[in-house]
Design a protein around this ligand. Structure first.
Ligand code: NDP
Length: 281
């Protein structure tokens, strides 16, 4: 199974399918990531907030894979938005991951109600980290259209990626369209709505039509929309079946029926980024 590489506008590429590590406890992370590598995943999504960067790094080191063959993302925690903390915490992340640079470094949340709402200064520090060679591509996560417009207006530079909540119950097309307007790609977090979508009647019917699981159908829907995904699973069979989504296609009619499941704002599972202002201790 070959995972397509998508072109980012800074000239780099990213595997469209990766492996998510949110809520994998540190003690389980090394084994999960090694199993993901064995399955064929080459793109790992972690974050300072997840507390498992060190164990992701141990798996990378133990895998024996060449650095250029893997794509590693981490994210700036909400307590590290000040420019000096961006630099310090990035250095700490690199040490934990055992890398001299990450492929993608994201502002995890814009935090508009903290730091005097000054996320453009945080964005500038991310751009500087790229200029220093510690980050290949800087990007953002959970940025609404007006957050994107603001960093572009104030710095003249758009992110290459916006990682946002997207799944059939929350298609999030407003933020997706704004991301595309800036030439960036969307990464869809919680792509199977943390499992909530898997018993859906429509998705179940389509799964029967194409003889696949409901998780595979949902992940395929994302892929055909052009988004990047990294489902999380600590279950090896699920890791394997989530990876096997490039040998079938959904018809236009099947895509449209899944599009019809969008519940708008009511479908969100996570916080609204304009209201998410929690700084960890
Ligand atoms: P997902 O939508 O990937 O769902 C994960 C859940 O679904 C787990 O409980 C997993 O169980 C279960 N699961 C996975 N595959 C299957 C399957 N084939 N059949 C049945 N159940 C399955 O949720 P996440 O929230 O983890 O999102 C994915 C990734 O997105 C995260 O890991 C993280 O990297 C990123 N993310 C980013 C956020 C942000 O703010 N930027 C916020 C949230 C997530 P089990 O592990 O027990 O197999």
């Amino acid at each position: 199974m070959t995972v397509p590489n998508l072109d980012l506008k800074d000239g780099t590429t990213i595997p469209q399918l990766g492996f998510g590590t949110f809520q994998i406890p540190p003690e389980d992370t090394k084994e999960a990531v090694l199993t993901a590598f064995e399955t064929g995943y080459r793109h790992i999504d972690t974050a300072q907030m997840y507390g498992n960067e060190k164990e992701v790094g141990e798996a990378i080191a133990e895998s024996g894979l060449a650095r250029e063959d893997i794509f590693v993302t981490t994210k700036l925690n909400n307590n590290n938005h000040r420019p000096e903390d961006v630099r310090r915490s990035l250095d700490e992340s690199l040490t934990k991951l055992g890398l001299d640079r990450v492929d993608l470094f994201l502002i995890h949340w814009p935090m508009p109600g903290e730091y005097d709402g000054d996320f453009p200064s945080t964005w500038r520090a991310m751009l500087e980290a790229r200029d220093e060679g510690k980050v290949i591509s800087p990007g953002v996560s959970n940025f609404e259209p007006h957050h994107l417009d603001r960093i572009v207006d104030e710095t003249g530079q758009a992110p290459v990626i916006n990682q946002i909540e997207v799944h059939p119950y929350f298609a999030n097309n407003t933020a997706r369209d704004a991301t595309a307007k800036h030439g960036a790609l969307v990464e869809a977090w919680s792509p199977i709505a943390q499992g909530e979508i898997l018993d859906d009647e429509t998705v179940t019917a389509i799964a029967g039509e194409v003889d696949r699981t409901t998780a595979q159908v949902t992940l395929r829907w994302h892929v055909q929309r052009g988004d990047i995904i990294f489902p999380k699973s600590v279950t090896p069979d699920r890791m394997r079946s989530n990876f096997a989504i490039f040998d079938f296609e959904l018809s236009e009619d099947q895509m449209r029926r899944i599009d019809g499941l969008d519940r708008g704002e009511d479908g969100r599972r996570g916080p609204n980024p304009d209201e998410m202002n929690v700084i960890p201790d």
